[in-house]
Design a protein around this ligand. Sequence first.
Ligand code: PAF
Length: 282
Amino acid sequence: MPQPAIAETVTDLRATVRAWKREGLSVGMVPTMGALHEGHVSLMKLALEKADRCVVSIFVNPAQFAPTEDLDKYPRQLAKDLTCLADAGVHLAFTPSAAEMYPAGFASKVSVGGPSAGLETDFRPHFFDGVATVVTKLFLQTAPDLAVFGEKDYQQLCVVRQLCRDLDIPVEIIGAPTVRDAHGLAMSSRNAYLDEAGLAVARQLNKILRGAAAAIAKNGDADGETVRARRAIQQAGFEGVDYVAARDALTLGEWQLGREGRLLAAGWLGKTRLIDNVEIPT
Ligand code: PAF
């Protein structure tokens, strides 16, 4: 398996991408925070299908963590991640330091409206500014033709689409379906925090959401079904539920019967926060 080239600086990243573009090659990007799993591999495969070259960034972005969150604890496993990139056939890993991304004196941020309102923002108000800022930087640094994001982070996907539309960033954003284990649990780097008992509870989340989404499609009672789903998630063993919400799949505004919808949820198992979402069938 050929190893991916590694760029630790923006200068090196740009030099490699510029050389590819001179050869007429298209470039796909998958932004990640590392701790790579099958979900990330599916994004890389899609990028490799759609573009001639694939860049994966690995950067645990401090700007999207609040001081109380798991930045220090977030899993870091660069050697293992590089093996994963080699196996997937990725061409370049961009692994900048925090100082490369946010040098002393850094004082800007990108803030996206629209789909960033509510849901995650109600509980992590700093989050989407941090994501939008780093994604804008990654796109300006890499200048990819396309970038792939997972539907697992559905609100993030909508925010990144809005960002590129609003700021005329010429990167095609491709959403990739959530990869799940045999029990339907969405792949997430944070699953690594869970023991067997925690995993058994976590695996209930997607089942409850799928049941609630089917019921909403049938009876149109989004309010009643989200209340019932919240109760079921708590009864399954989640200690806290931040939200269960039925939203318009495109705008993330209020969902209305007959429109494409998405049922989104976030909950806590001990100190681990898990999110998931499913389609509301039309
Ligand atoms: O989804 C993630 O892993 C991160 O939010 C992203 C898009 C890489 C930005 O840091």
